[in-house]
Design a protein around this ligand. Structure first.
Ligand SMILES: O=CC(=O)O
Length: 313
């Protein structure tokens, strides 16, 4: 397979890079100064694209690569890939579901605890020497709080399972109520937000879920409510979130994702009730290795004419 051209769109994993390099003719787009010219030169040899949550095969890239057969994404979210165009052109798309579910759900619970129990602020308190002058103030209990989840897919279910262990009543919003699920279903996000203490965004990003967290939802969650976003930045109308937090109309937020990563609204930096993570939901050595193995396994399967491991298209 050494002659098959594989285009990696951005740096994502040294391990993945090495493994791809040892099997394929690997091109690293981020190292190329003149991208349009490079794509023209290599258009006839690039048969696969490897992207991630930050960079995918959009319509422009797909049009520039007439020999493209497969997009193998090092992510579970595929909002950066033009799936319709891939379907239209018969380009296969694979992603990395399941292997990252536990890590992302763990992180959601970590964010809830970090916001409610002010873990990061307490840590800063100790490091700054402030403890010597007095105890840290009281925080908010997690156990027993009502957790609302937007999107009860693999990750949403894994968050629910964990929150159940904290004796939290679980409710959810999704397009349709799920049969066989005993959690309370709300047919609108505003109703869900009005009836929970902690609202977790765990759905894929698409036209329907863009800005699913808007002013109405934030107001329904209210000054004691906490928003946790482990989905995608554009799920949230960020200026509305920032003003609600600054004005005290929302109780707190734990965010792993942002509208314009890695840009984060600076107004959030001074707020103790906000915990900010740099999009690391799946960012453990174990999980990222498993994700890389899936990316490679899918490419190998495709070029050996075997069934794909985790096909989406
Ligand atoms: O955001 C991360 C992913 O989609 O895997």
């Amino acid at each position: 397979m050494e002659s098959i051209g594989v285009l990696m769109l951005c740096p994502m994993s040294a391990y993945l890079e090495q493994e791809l390099q040892s099997r394929f003719n690997l091109f690293k787009l981020w190292t190329v100064p003149q991208k349009p010219q490079f794509l023209k030169e290599h258009a006839s040899s690039i048969r696969a694209v490897v992207g991630n949550a930050a960079a995918g095969a959009d319509a422009e890239l797909i049009s520039a690569l007439p020999k493209l057969e497969i997009v193998s994404s090092y992510s579970v979210g595929v909002d950066k890939i033009d799936l319709d165009k891939c379907r239209e052109k018969g380009i296969r798309v694979t992603y990395t579901p399941d292997v990252l579910t536990e890590d992302v759900a763990d992180l959601a619970i970590g964010l809830i605890l970090a916001v409610l129990r002010r873990l990061c602020a307490s840590d800063r308190y100790v490091r700054s020497g402030a403890w010597k002058k007095g105890d840290f103030r009281l925080t908010t209990k997690f156990t027993g709080k009502t957790v609302g989840i937007i999107g009860l897919g693999r990750i949403g279910m894994a968050v629910a399972k964990r929150a159940e262990a904290f004796n939290c009543p679980i409710s959810y919003y999704s397009r349709r109520a799920k049969p066989d699920i005993q959690y309370t279903y709300y047919p609108s996000v505003v109703e869900l937000a009005s009836n929970c203490d902690i609202l977790v965004v765990a759905c894929p990003l698409n036209e329907e879920t863009w800005h699913i967290i808007n002013r109405g939802v934030i107001d329904a969650l209210g000054p004691k409510g906490v928003l946790i976003n482990i989905g995608r930045g554009p799920h949230v109308d960020e200026p509305e979130l920032v003003s609600a937090l600054v004005e005290g109309r929302l109780g707190g937020a734990g965010l792993d994702v942002y509208e314009k990563e890695p840009e984060i609204p600076e107004e959030l930096f001074g707020l103790e009730n906000v915990v900010l993570l740099p999009h690391v939901g799946s960012g453990t050595v174990e999980t990222r290795t498993a994700m890389a193995d899936l990316v490679i396994g899918n490419l190998e399967a495709h070029f050996l004419n075997k069934p794909l491991l985790t096909p989406l298209v």
